[in-house]
Design a protein around this ligand. Structure first.
Ligand code: DC
Length: 219
């Protein structure tokens, strides 16, 4: 069984997806981490995040492995576990650029689909219900006011030890939103058969409860 959760940055997808997966005993696939891992390598290689040709060449000599430890997902790039290095503002900005490159999306497509063959999955990202798992059993699209999302993302960053103004987080998030929603390849849009949930005034537990109610109606 595959459950997809798509939505913009800072909407709470990761937290909700992780919890839902744990409650159901499913694997949790964070696809943003895969784009971030590619971005991490692009940054390390000193390549411009918009240099499509060099990034395509780079992917030719790159290996990416997804491991599940209990239900937590780890990402290994060329054998190195980079999971804890993926959530910095620099990697976020680069990931948004590299995710607009068709060769990157093509390269990550089979890697994502293979996880669906390992067992039941809760997969979250931007194009999961539309492109990666179009025949998923259940699809959710989460959205929330941009200010609310910036506050959530800011709290996450502060908790991880990053310093910076909330206005900067808001600007970065709005810029990424525009990039993610308007790119020509796999833009962020709800799948026609996705159930939308506005999380602006809901806490994590309330969102998960709503989802579980839908899951039990389907099972
Ligand atoms: O969800 P996230 O913030 O970790 O995602 C990082 C970037 O990757 C974000 O700018 C959008 C992109 N992304 C994507 O294009 N498609 C996905 N399925 C997941 C993430």
């Amino acid at each position: 069984m595959i459950i997809t959760i798509d939505g913009p940055a800072g909407v709470g997808k990761s937290t909700v997806a992780k919890l839902l997966a744990a409650r159901l005993g499913f694997l949790y696939l964070d696809t943003g981490a895969l784009y971030r891992a590619v971005a991490w390598k692009v940054l390390k290689a000193g390549i411009s995040p918009t240099d499509q040709e060099r990034i395509k060449t780079l992917l030719g000599t790159t290996s990416l492995e997804i491991q599940f430890h209990n239900s937590a997902m780890r990402v290994l790039i060329d054998g190195r576990d980079v999971t804890s290095e993926l959530r910095t503002p620099e990697v976020s900005a680069t990931a948004s650029h590299v995710s607009a490159i068709p060769a990157v999306r093509e390269w990550l497509l089979p890697i994502q689909r293979q996880v669906g063959e390992r067992g039941s999955v809760v997969a979250e990202g931007r194009d999961i219900g539309t492109t990666i798992f179009p025949t998923a059993t259940l699809k959710f699209f989460l959205d929330a006011d941009a200010r609310v999302r910036a506050e959530r993302r800011h709290r996450e960053l502060v908790a991880a030890g990053h310093v910076g103004a909330i206005e900067t987080t808001y600007r970065d998030l709005s810029r990424r939103d525009t990039q993610d929603r308007t790119r020509s390849i796999a833009p962020l849009v709800p799948a026609a058969d996705a159930r939308s949930i506005d999380t602006s005034n809901l806490d994590v537990e309330q969102v998960v409860e709503q989802m579980l109610a839908v899951v039990s109606a389907v099972l």
